[in-house]
Design a protein around this ligand. Structure first.
Ligand code: BGC
Length: 819
């Protein structure tokens, strides 16, 4: 950056074209430098559970993989979120970037949103507090956060066209809260607008959202960037308040924006304001004088390993314990380790949050590490839980053709080690047009067992899969978009084929590129697997019978918990429920280790001895799970989302498709404020596990609830005593109940919480400050927050329903505040 110039002077020394250049990407992950004025390049990279770096979603430079959002949500620990944010700041730097596209703070409105794993909670305050911690950690390193997706992106179904119809009070009191806290308390430098429309207008074109609320009401001075290809117009987005169109090269700006200024559709002053916002971000992150060549490094740091392992335990929620946990490492007991997630480490969800981890530790490996060997362990898979047939790996030849139908000469050849790709930018060594080429991938598959196998693929264009020269799965002539690759890929096309153990069968995938409507990329994946059945379950049960203890590693995978689709239900995939029933019947000491990005129905709950939820805890997954099993760490998590008995109990699960998943382009948030535990309170429905639930390996006593007025606030204090034999953590949750609300209001709302880590016998004090806003509702008429005078009961609870201490306070005088 030129010395001695302020960014205001700098923006005024730029031509209109130069200012416009700052308002869109030059490629997928960066904004172009300005050599004339000496302005560097701004680079961004995806989060939130790490920093993937540029390039493709798959197979980039290795990165540290941290726990996913819902696991951090379960930690109820903003200080931990801050530590993670700071560590991810290091990771962003190692990828040569200045901006992290994180955190994700959409609210768990339904239990099926494909991206719930990436978001923190059903609760706006818990979400906001964790986001503030994360942002402070990240920005303390000089790396900008980009809190996303602003706003109303609570489902992945038709996310680029649907309109989220949300009344203003629900927006102000729930969906906007994390963003407001990120601006006012976290000081975020970046925000990403969502793909969807909000009340009929695309978020990226929504002046009310991006200018009136964000900059007017909240005083935001950072930038707003579009989600990838989420800007669809020139003047409307610029005028609404969208600073940066991503990715590049631009579709909507550049010459089109210059023409819009010349035509008077956008004022030169508006362009200046947007460019100034960009320069402010570049100054804050140092990008303004960063001329280094782009370089990415893999830094596998011991301190990151330790933080990830600790954070994994802090987010693990112990749901049931008959007393069997923690296990005694020295007992010599034999353990049958069973289930699809036992030998495959489930460390993260799918979509843009995925990265190439330094390594991943499976539960099996974690147990081997903890026990110093596998002599006490035995293994059975028992059932599968994949959404797609297992990825074909090995050595494959990829031949590219400059035609769409495999005609003409091969123009480029590559060797690949699995049949999976997510290609953006130059394809086929730059020898083909990314929108008009074809590809033949050939190799072999050698089965381990004789018998019928399932072979399938999904792809962003016409494709077919051949085994030993015969077509097994085919959509060459009738490709249609389905629910893979952000709704740009087909559904999986699967066929059955009889294969011979030990024989190398020839496998060929043929693919033809098709131009995408929304996002522009080429992606495909092919796999082959042998289905498991009741015999495999019987084998697993026999192993459980022969062992002292059975540890069942079940759940979902990042194929299910992923961007671009919503879950079809909340049952464990495949035959896992049958597997759990059989193993529990075979061995009374059955422990279920659950890994999912949200709730599941648990019809077997009464039949097992213990259950804990480990979510997707990052690269240390198996070590974290072993730490919890053997009590080397305390399960510090509390549910950030209500777990219903059945799917139908959840708030947006009405019979009306307009409420979910949407009808005729609209999703009506008709339940208003009554989502999460507020819905269960209102309807009198008992959840399976309430919001805030989680057991500990020690016990706590709470006493002396004290509420002291302090200026406009009330200070709530509670003594917490660890009366058990070991160190542990507890979360005091403070819910406020309005005794005579002026507007319809949830029975109780979470207004503060405190997590305490206490040694055996130690006493601590939980302290929560309730400000006037903690008692307020948003009044649409006057557009003010109003806290009435009168009685409010303050409850301190272990969960939203297990309320331990309470006291009623009296607020004197009405408090009104402009938003
Ligand atoms: C996601 C964003 C992500 C972006 C870039 C989009 O599909 O919605 O969260 O940051 O891609 O990968």
């Amino acid at each position: 950056m030129p010395a001695n110039l302020t960014i205001e002077q700098l923006v005024d020394s730029m031509t209109l074209a130069e200012q416009v250049t700052l308002l869109s990407g030059q490629d997928f992950w960066s904004v172009a430098p300005n050599e004339r004025l000496g302005i560097g390049t701004l680079r961004v990279t995806d989060g939130p559970n790490g920093a993937r770096g540029g390039g493709s979603l798959i197979g980039g430079v290795k990165s540290a993989s941290f726990p996913v959002g819902i696991a951090i949500g379960a930690s109820w620990n903003p200080a931990l979120a801050e530590e993670i944010g700071a560590a991810i700041g290091d990771e962003v730097k190692s990828k040569g970037a200045h901006v992290s596209l994180a955190p994700t703070v959409n609210i768990h409105r339904t239990v099926t949103n494909g991206r719930n794993f990436e978001c923190y909670s059903e609760d706006p305050l818990l979400t906001g507090a964790l986001a503030v911690g994360y942002i402070k950690g990240l920005q303390g390193q000089g790396i900008s956060a980009t809190i996303k997706h602003f706003a109303g992106n609570e489902s992945e179904i038709k996310r680029t066209t649907n309109s989220s119809e949300i009344d203003e009070r629900s927006l102000r009191e729930i969906y906007l809260v994390p963003f407001e806290m990120a601006v006012k308390q976290g000081g975020t430098w970046g925000i990403m607008s969502s793909y969807n429309k909000l009340n009929g207008t695309y978020a990226a074109e929504n002046h009310w959202l991006l200018t009136e609320v964000l900059r007017g009401d909240w005083g935001y001075d950072g930038i707003v960037m579009s989600d990838w290809f989420g800007s669809r117009s020139t003047a409307p987005t610029v005028n609404a308040g969208l600073d940066l169109e991503m990715p590049g090269p631009t579709r909507d700006r550049g010459d089109k924006l210059i023409a819009a200024v010349e035509a008077g559709d956008v004022s030169a002053d508006t362009v200046r304001t947007r460019a100034l916002n960009m320069l402010r971000l570049m100054e804050r992150t140092g990008a303004i004088s960063d001329f280094r060549a782009h370089k990415e490094e893999a830094n596998d740091r011991p301190e990151h390993r330790a933080l990830i392992r600790r954070a994994g335990a802090e987010g693990t929620v112990l749901l049931k314990n008959s007393g069997i946990l923690p296990l005694d490492k020295k007992s010599g007991q034999t353990i049958a380790v069973i289930g699809p997630n036992a030998k495959v480490a489930q460390i993260m969800g799918g979509g843009s949050a995925q990265l190439n981890p330094h390594y991943s530790v499976s539960p099996w490996q974690g147990l081997v590490n903890a026990l110093g060997g596998d002599t006490l362990l035995s293994f059975a898979e028992g059932a599968t839980n994949h959404r797609f047939e297992p990825l074909l790996t090995g050595t494959f030849k990829a031949e590219y053709f400059a035609s769409r139908d495999l005609s003409g000469p091969v123009v480029h050849t590559e060797t690949i080690d699995n049949v999976q790709a997510f290609l953006i930018g130059p394809i086929g060594g730059g020898m083909v047009d990314p929108a008009a080429f074809s590809l033949r991938i050939s190799g072999t598959f050698t089965p381990q067992a004789d018998g019928v196998h399932r072979a399938g693929f999904f792809a962003t264009g016409p494709a077919r899969l051949l085994i030993d020269g015969k077509i097994v799965a085919d959509c060459w002539a009738d490709w249609t978009a389905g629910q893979t690759f952000f709704e740009e890929g087909s559904n999986e096309i699967v066929g059955e084929v009889s294969l011979k153990a030990g024989h190398a069968h020839a496998v060929v995938l043929e693919y033809s590129a098709k131009k995408s409507d929304n996002l522009t990329f080429t992606a495909f994946q092919a796999g082959i697997g042998k289905p498991l059945g009741m015999d495999d379950i019987a084998e697993a049960a026999a192993l459980a019978t022969a062992s002292d203890i059975a540890v069942l590693c079940v759940g979902r995978t990042g194929e299910w918990d992923t961007e671009g689709w919503d879950l079809p239900h909340i049952l464990l995939p495949g035959l896992q429920n049958e597997l759990i029933e059989a193993v529990a019947a075979a061995n009374p000491n059955t422990i279920v280790v659950l890994q999912t990005g949200g709730p599941i129905e648990m019809p077997w709950l009464n039949k097992v001895s213990a259950v804990f939820q480990s979510w997707y805890p990052g690269q240390e997954a198996g070590n974290t799970i072993a730490d919890i099993l053997f009590g080397d760490a305390e399960p510090g998590g509390r549910l950030p989302q209500t777990f219903p008995v059945r799917w139908a109990d959840n708030p947006a699960q009405s019979q009306d498709p307009e409420v979910y998943p949407g009808l005729n382009g609209e999703v009506r948030y008709e339940e208003g404020l009554f989502i999460g535990h507020k819905h269960y309170d209102k309807m009198g429905v008992q959840p399976l596990f309430p919001f805030g639930f989680g057991l500990s390996y020690t016990s706590f006593e709470w006493k002396n609830l004290r509420i002291t007025p302090q200026d406009d606030d009330f200070v709530v204090e509670i003594d917490v005593i660890n009366i058990g034999p070991r160190a542990g953590s507890d979360v005091v949750q403070v819910y406020v109940e309005d005794k005579s609300p002026i507007l319809p209001r949830p029975l109780r709302e979470l207004k503060g919480f405190a997590k305490l880590h206490l040694g055996a016998g130690e006493t601590g004090t939980a302290r929560v400050i309730l400000s006037p806003r903690s008692f307020a509702t948003f009044d649409i008429g006057s557009r003010e927050w109003i806290a009435r005078s009168g009685a409010f009961t303050v409850h301190a609870g272990h969960t939203a329903t297990d309320l331990v201490l309470q006291e009623t306070l009296h607020r004197a005088g009405e408090w009104r505040h402009k938003p």
